[in-house]
Write a protein that binds this ligand. Structure first.
Ligand code: NAD
Length: 265
């Protein structure tokens, strides 16, 4: 139980990648706060972890709402005893060419991906920077859910690509600011993972690109992989666990591409 005694907050953990990260960190022994817009989903994941003997708290949280984020983090600290790991994972996808991209959609995308990452980070840092039992900073690890689109662009994804690139800047700044408090920071960058977020895109991309849904899968999503296999939620969750367990700042400020070779850095 490598993360025994640690407390993790995972945003967007009612579904997909975040949900598996919550399960994986719980298997490593951490107490988990599942923070999601979908309150029922968050409670269900918390109940499943508790049913397997873990400690978990389901939280209704809109990561773009500063008051909700601050209240949620305060509740985690009060009920679970602090916070050691933040996985800022909540996200959505909206695809459209730039000239048709509604400004409201652009702002929504940047708010969820970037404001959400900033607000949750800002809320947890005082608890990571604050004194632990030995009088030193408690420290911690912040992991942002980036994407292969943190490193490259695809058509139709202007807001997503912009936001995912932006997370690299936030993470690298935190790596420098947080070092003296033993806080480390990373961006995990998955390739395509079959979650509701990706399933929704397949017909949308087929329509916009004028190709079949099968071609979206075989060409756009898997064409560049080394093995023709989707990245799995387990692939991503195991990477997050590895980074949460890693004991020193030898790894900080990094981005880790988990994509079956779809993108190589
Ligand atoms: P998903 O749709 O399965 O889950 C996303 C979760 O985020 C949902 O539970 C949703 O309720 C929650 N959420 C949305 N808006 C929120 C908000 N404002 N506040 C709190 N919670 C909110 O999606 P997923 O595929 O698991 O994506 C998770 C993360 O992984 C996203 O940041 C996404 O960009 C990233 N990602 C996904 C893929 C992929 O192929 N699926 C690839 C690379 C990166």
């Amino acid at each position: 139980m490598s993360l025994e005694g640690k407390v993790a907050i995972v945003t967007g953990a009612a579904s997909g990648i975040g949900k598996e990260i919550a399960f994986e960190l719980a298997r490593a022994g951490a107490a988990i706060a599942i923070a999601d817009l979908n309150a029922d989903g968050a409670q269900a994941v918390a109940a499943e972890i508790a049913g397997k003997g873990g400690r978990a708290l389901g939280l209704a949280m809109d990561v773009t709402d500063e008051a909700a984020v601050n209240a949620g983090v305060a509740r985690v600290v009060a009920e679970l005893g602090g916070v050691d790991i933040l996985v800022s994972n909540a996200g959505i996808q909206i695809v459209n060419p730039i000239e048709q991209f509604a400004y409201a959609d652009w702002k929504k995308m940047l708010a969820i991906h970037l404001d959400g990452a900033f607000l949750t980070t800002k809320a947890v840092l005082p608890h990571m920077y604050g004194a632990g039992a030995d009088g030193k900073s408690r420290g911690g690890t912040v992991i942002y859910m980036g994407s292969v689109h943190s490193h490259l662009a695809s058509p139709l994804k202007s807001a997503y690509v912009t936001a995912k690139h932006g997370l690299l800047g936030l993470s690298r700044t935190l790596a420098k600011e947080g070092a003296k408090h033993s806080v480390r920071s990373h961006v995990v960058c998955p390739g395509f993972v079959r979650t509701p977020l990706v399933d929704k895109q397949i017909p949308e991309q087929a329509k916009e690109l004028g190709i079949s849904e099968a071609e979206v899968v075989s060409r756009v999503m898997l064409g560049n992989t080394v093995d023709g296999i989707f990245t799995t939620v387990e692939d991503v969750a195991q990477t997050v666990r590895f980074l949460a367990e890693f004991p020193s700042a030898a790894l900080t400020g990094q981005s880790f591409v988990v994509s079956h070779g779809w993108h190589m850095q």
